[in-house]
Design a protein around this ligand. Structure first.
Ligand code: HEM
Length: 450
């Protein structure tokens, strides 16, 4: 309802309107010209997504996560972690992602004990994503996809429990939203809105993985990049511009788990649903996969980059079903942009979900039409921004795209995707927990390609 209110408000007030986000003044902006200035040209005026006090309520490790840090600390950590997602590093991580996708395809045909190919889409893609993230962020193979045989590892169990926490159900979150200045007190007492038991567990896990990796250099993953660039608190005090401390390493491994899990798994849930409903698109994806594999002699990193039509389907799916339905930028000094004055201390709300379904920006917006994503130069990156925009956009975008495309390339090679009798017709109803997901449990069916 909150995300749909955009249409009502826009009809009444237009593309820019003010409101309060609890006690913080907020302005909703859907004007792409103003947004371009906010995200890019005036980045120094809008450097963060929230006010600082509200970012310090996660405990000392997670207060250092990229999503929470500001100023020179953000710059240093972002500079350190960005190369992890370069083409060369992603190529090195290709094997990790491929192993998870292989395990997914092996398990998907038998995930349901009835053997009829019916499966719970969120459960299946959730396990796949968990495997990928635990391998890459913690350097631990958890194989949660084999969990239907009842053997779930302790790491997978803890990660699954940690990710199932609905943070907005913690009443303290509302206390902080209403009284943001209390965040300073929370920081002082190392308070965390997340249960400490999980933070302690994963901190210890990282300590032990770091020791193992130090003894024997292992495969490239996100944690390895952080280990390779570890610095001390002293280095930070002396003005280091690159590197992460051990505490920052822990906070950023944990945020990778949170930032990557719901978003990536739900991106796959919605894509699978759309391909099962829109069979022409599924057929075209399968033909493209065959052609690309033939051209590259296998499903290589380069072959995955050539899956153009699949990318169109994914983009169209993310437009219709925004994984992160709203973005934000916090204004740190008074500014006037295109006649709109934004005072210091205002929260800018970007209605990503609404803009993705707005008739002013898209023809027939509720129809899944991958052809409209043919030429991305014609799509305004402010109106369609599944991974955000500007210098503070999603750092893991290329990793997510790689994981999704490898998985679907492997899945569609082996299986046809179909709807079940009880699969709802499009458009799916959605709900927001820690990310956007289908309101109901969605089942689809796989049948082996002969
Ligand atoms: C389909 C999957 C994903 C979607 C849709 C998504 C979306 C987003 C969005 C909308 C933002 C906010 C960007 C902004 O403020 O402009 C964001 C930030 C972020 N994402 Fe993602 N994300 C995805 C996957 C991932 C993955 C796989 C990782 C890590 C491996 C990741 C790590 C992060 C981090 C650390 C930030 C904060 C960046 C910063 O503040 O500098 N995300 N993501």
């Amino acid at each position: 309802q909150m995300f749909l209110s955009y249409f009502k408000m826009k009809k009444k007030y237009g593309l820019v309107y003010g409101a309060y986000s609890w006690l913080t003044p907020s302005i909703t902006i859907a004007d792409p010209e103003i947004l371009k200035q906010i995200f890019i040209k005036e980045f120094s005026t809008f450097p963060d997504r929230q006010q600082k006090a509200l970012l310090d309520v996660n405990g000392k490790e997670m207060n250092t996560a990229l999503t929470s840090v500001t100023g020179s600390q953000w710059k240093r950590i972002r500079n350190t972690l960005s190369p992890t997602f370069s083409s060369s590093k992603l190529k090195e991580m290709f094997g990790i992602v491929e192993d998870c996708a292989d395990s997914f395809v092996q398990n998907i045909g038998t995930i349901n004990s009835d053997g009829d190919g019916r499966f719970d889409v969120s459960l299946a893609f959730g396990r796949l994503t968990l495997d990928g993230i635990c391998s890459s962020a913690f350097g631990v193979k958890v194989d949660s996809q084999a969990a239907n045989n009842g053997k779930e590892s302790q790491v997978a169990k803890m990660a699954r429990e940690f990710l199932a926490i609905e943070i907005f159900k913690n009443p303290m979150v509302f206390v902080f939203l209403v009284f943001p200045w209390l965040g300073k007190v929370a920081k002082l007492f190392d308070y965390s809105v997340f249960p400490k038991k999980y933070i302690i567990y994963f901190s210890k896990l990282i300590d032990s993985v770091v020791e193992t990796k130090k003894k024997k250099k292992q495969r490239t993953d996100i944690l390895q990049t952080m280990i390779d660039s570890q610095i001390t608190e002293e280095d930070v005090k002396n003005g280091a511009v690159k590197g992460v401390t051990r505490t920052e390493m822990k906070g950023n491994a944990l945020i990778t788990l949170i930032a990557a899990y719901e978003t990536t798994s739900n991106a796959m849930v919605f894509l699978a649903y759309n391909l099962a409903v829109y069979k022409d698109a599924q057929h075209k994806c399968r033909e493209e996969i065959k052609q690309v594999i033939a051209e590259h002699g296998g499903l290589t990193y380069e072959a995955v980059q050539d899956l153009k039509y699949m990318t169109q389907c994914l983009n169209e799916s993310m437009r219709l079903y925004s994984l992160v339905p709203a973005n934000g930028r916090y204004c740190v000094r008074d500014i006037t942009i295109n006649g709109v004055t934004i005072p210091k201390g205002t929260l800018v709300n970007i209605p990503v979900f609404g803009m993705g379904r707005d008739e002013e920006f898209w023809n027939d917006p509720l129809t899944f039409n991958p052809d409209r994503m043919l030429d991305m130069n014609e799509i305004d990156p402010m109106i369609f921004q599944p991974f955000g925009a500007g210098p503070r956009n999603c750092i893991g975008m290329r990793f997510a795209l790689l994981e999704i495309k490898i998985t679907f390339a492997k899945l569609l090679q082996k299986f046809y995707l179909d709807v079940c009798e009880d699969t709802p017709a499009p458009p799916l109803e959605v709900t927001f927990k820690s990310g956007m997901r289908p309101k109901e449990i969605i089942h689809l069916k796989v049948t082996a390609v002969e």
